[in-house]
Write a protein that binds this ligand. Structure first.
Ligand code: Z5A
Length: 214
């Protein structure tokens, strides 16, 4: 019997946008349809990629992380995750539900850090190959609102300590990408949680109509 290929769903957005809550909603929606779900986070999701996550998030006062190093570490972690977790899951027919993926690098390193787009595109084509998300839900939030939600949780990591202008550029890039790519749905994450959840469910129902049990 042929295995039906799995699907790849990504949740994106600035810190405090509500990605964790969105992932819980999507996970429930998939499990109600008896689909096997593999959840990932980036950077991270394999033992080595989790070590890289610690490196990029920790505040190190002895050496400044160069923006290009940051970019390469994000893609190094992504290669590991794609090879060891995402591609095997998709070939088994599982559904992959990702907390961040490639769009984060385009927005944070491309928009926030203003790194060369050609450099990022070269890395993307080498690392991603043909593996692309079936659907990306981009949770759009004003950075000031997102950061205040994130700050309420306690200590800020290295990237969270950036100036507001960095996050304004990151959001601009997110919105620019979302406006031009058809498999990205933008959700207004400033709405109350119940409305965000409703918008997510509607997006899933319209995008994966064949899997809806309603
Ligand atoms: N990064 C990068 O630069 N390049 C890359 O390629 C990749 C990542 C892959 C990962 O950190 C960092 O790496 C991230 C981007 C960078 N850095 N920054 N800055 P992370 O994974 O630890 O952090 P995060 O992804 O930003 O997670 P987060 O702060 O936890 O965001 P969230 O998951 O979207 O937030 P949340 O936990 O769901 O919600 C935050 C709070 O808001 C929480 O108390 C909720 O109850 C509340 N909330 C959520 N939704 C609502 C609504 N609708 N109304 C009111 N309150 C709400």
């Amino acid at each position: 019997m042929m295995t039906k290929p799995g699907r790849f769903i990504v949740v994106e957005g600035l810190e405090g946008a509500g990605k964790s809550s969105a992932i819980a909603t999507i996970r429930r929606w998939l499990q109600q349809r008896q689909l096997t779900v593999v959840c990932t986070r980036e950077p991270g999701g394999t033992p080595l990629a989790e070590k890289l996550r610690t490196l990029v998030k920790q505040v190190d006062n002895t050496e400044i992380l160069a923006p290009q190093t940051e970019l390469l570490l994000m893609y190094a972690a992504r290669v590991q995750l794609l090879s060891n977790v995402i591609r095997p899951a998709l070939s088994r027919g599982d559904w992959v539900l990702a907390d961040r993926h490639d769009m984060s690098s385009r927005a944070y390193q491309g928009g926030g850090r203003q790194l060369d787009e050609q450099l990022i595109n070269n890395l993307r084509s080498t690392v991603l190959g043909n593996t692309r998300p079936d659907l990306t839900l981009y949770l759009d939030i004003d950075p000031a609102v997102g950061l205040s939600r994130a700050a309420a949780r306690g200590e800020l990591d290295r990237i969270e300590q950036e100036q507001l202008t960095f996050f304004v550029r990151t959001r601009q890039k997110y919105r620019q990408i979302a406006a031009t790519e058809p498999d990205i749905i933008t959700i207004d994450a400033s709405q109350p949680l119940a409305q965000v959840q409703q918008a997510i469910t509607e997006a899933l129902q319209s995008h994966f109509a064949g899997h809806s049990d309603d």
